[in-house]
Design a protein around this ligand. Structure first.
Ligand code: ADP
Ligand code: ADP
Ligand code: ZN
Length: 213
């Protein structure tokens, strides 16, 4: 099963992608996590990506596409994967489709986690991310058992630099301009499924399981 998660920053793509990956036993591939790992390790890619991420802009397509095409070709992705944060532009979606078509393959579902902009700023200012495993929490909605510590791995929880309100506003603009057109793109392909992302995360997941079977 090959799944793409769509939705505004903070809509809950990562939260749901992790649950999907566990239930269906497929890898969760997050381009944001890949970039943050590269930044942490001080790689060339990380240095380049950071200049865009800090401003709330997208990393250029040419720095993202090959990375994802290589990743989904790995052995552990043979039976499927859930892509979180990719594609984010029409050219990225076209590049993925072209790479999959070459091996007679295709995306099965594009799941749009729908959350209005009004809810997003609050979600993001309360988001805390694990520096070690990428797990996300929310200080009110999804608190960790112990403040500041990841339930899953014991790592430290931080407020991401790009989750500050000024940057979130910019990311929302970028989302509407560059990523939202993907909703029409996947509707035309007949694989778009929309779920209400404003309800409790377990109810969002139940709706997704209802779609995936
Ligand atoms: P969120 O979880 O809030 O949607 P991500 O962790 O997916 O954010 O992404 C953080 C940042 O990483 C983005 O704002 C963007 O700068 C960069 N990024 C991640 N994925 C992509 C992509 N597919 N194309 C371009 N930039 C990306
Ligand atoms: P994305 O990957 O789309 O940027 P996340 O999965 O990181 O979004 O979620 C953003 C924030 O909202 C996190 O703090 C997360 O704990 C919280 N969150 C996720 N799903 C829900 C939900 N259904 N209701 C309330 N808060 C949620
Ligand atoms: Zn963790």
């Amino acid at each position: 099963m090959k799944i793409i998660m769509l939705g505004a920053p903070g809509a809950g793509k990562g939260t749901q992608a992790k649950l999907i990956a566990e239930k269906y036993n497929i890898p969760h591939i997050s381009t944001g996590d890949i970039f943050r790992a590269n930044i942490k390790n001080g790689t060339e890619l990380g240095k380049k990506a950071k200049t865009y991420m800090d401003k709330g802009e997208l990393v250029p397509d040419e720095l993202v596409v090959d990375l994802v095409v290589d990743r989904v070709a790995k052995d552990d992705a043979k039976n499927g994967y859930v892509l979180d944060g990719f594609p984010r532009t029409i050219p990225q979606a076209e590049a993925l489709d072209a790479a999959l078509a070459k091996i007679n393959d295709k995306v099965d579902y594009a799941i749009d986690v729908d959350v209005p902009d009004e809810n997003i700023i609050n979600r993001m200012s309360g988001r805390r991310a694990c520096v070690a495993c990428g797990g996300t929490y929310h200080i009110v909605n999804v608190p960790p058992k112990k403040e500041g510590i990841c339930d899953a791995c014991g790592g430290e929880l931080i407020l991401r630099d790009d989750d500050k309100p000024e940057t979130v506003k910019k990311r929302l603009d970028v989302y509407h301009e560059q990523t939202q057109p993907l909703i029409d793109y996947y509707t035309e392909k007949g694989i778009l499924k929309t779920v209400d992302g404003t309800v409790d995360m377990n109810d969002v997941f139940a709706a997704i399981v209802g779609i995936l079977g």
